[in-house]
Ligand binder design. Structure first.
Ligand code: PAF
Length: 280
């Protein structure tokens, strides 16, 4: 696996692929890789001639009081995992390379960035859209792979690609879960053993919403109540939002008469976890 840190070298490597008519898959990450990331890598390898993974803890998607400084990092372990998975190149630029002195250009997907996580993380999706577009421009991948756990992020990126005529195909991949159902996330490492046990309540709440959907329940409040009750059984859990939305527009549903997305963000102690369940 080649390890590339400069934009010029990365672009050159990708150009070589294109000249040889090789399709190129990209798995963008912020590192501290887990089985969720590796499932994206495996899908990318199965669908492309060459695969690049990127590791960049993107400062522009963190708010002032968020966890940028303490975001978990394991460059050695990540390299070993990517190499063992069969990735061809790792792009791992530093912040100066991505946002040099005088940097001032940002991409904003206006409406999709506003609700849900956008309410408490106002600049988050602008940072995500900007760094992902930069990666797409540097690497020019045929396809790029993102997890559905970050559902709003996936919708924002898909919209940006459509609106700005980017030629990369964006592929959403299923959430990978721990045996008890907790969605895999690098931030799970912040949880103490007792918080980790309690964190399964997010998944349990979503499962109860799914069970309600199977009964053809149309009342949105019933879904939200069953999720909220399941989460509040555990002590020290603090829901930031629990919503039932249209899976495409992310607008609140007034009643359930078709596909619905149950989506939530919950704080357990200081740790903010997100999850969702698509019901159709
Ligand atoms: O999902 C992530 O890990 C990040 O938001 C991404 C897409 C790599 C952009 O920094």
């Amino acid at each position: 696996m080649e390890i590339i840190t400069s934009v010029e070298e990365m672009s050159e490597w990708s150009r070589e692929c294109a000249l040889n008519l090789k399709s190129l898959g990209l798995v963008p990450t912020m590192g501290y890789l887990h089985e969720g990331h590796l499932s994206l890598v495996r899908k990318a390898i199965s669908e492309n001639d060459r695969v690049v993974a990127s590791i960049f803890v993107n400062p522009t998607q963190f708010g002032r009081n968020e966890d940028f400084g303490v975001y978990p990092r394991d460059p050695g372990g990540d390299c070993a995992k990517l190499e063992a998975s069969g990735v061809d190149a790792l792009f791992t630029p530093d912040a100066e390379t991505m946002y040099g002195a005088g940097y001032e250009t940002f991409v904003e997907v206006q409406h999709l960035s506003l609700p849900l996580c956008g309410q408490t993380r106002p600049d988050h999706f602008r940072g995500v859209a900007t760094v992902v577009l930069k990666l797409f421009n540097i690497i020019e991948p045929t396809r790029a792979y993102f997890g559905c756990k970050d559902y709003q992020q996936l919708q924002v990126i898909k919209k940006m690609v459509r609106d700005l005529n980017v030629r990369t195909e964006v592929i959403g991949c299923p959430t990978v879960r721990e045996p008890d159902g907790l969605a895999m996330s690098s931030r799970n490492s912040y949880l103490s053993p007792s918080q980790r046990k309690r964190a399964v309540c997010l998944y349990e709440g979503l499962r109860k919403a799914q069970a309600l959907f199977m009964t053809h329940e149309t009342d949105v409040e019933k879904y939200i109540r069953v999720i909220a009750e399941t989460i509040s059984i555990e002590s020290g859990t603090n829901p930031e939002y629990i919503r039932l939305v249209d899976p495409d527009t992310l607008r609140d549903l007034s009643a359930v008469h078709g596909p619905a997305l149950a989506i939530l963000a919950v704080r357990i102690g200081q740790t903010r976890l997100i999850d969702n369940a698509l019901m159709s």
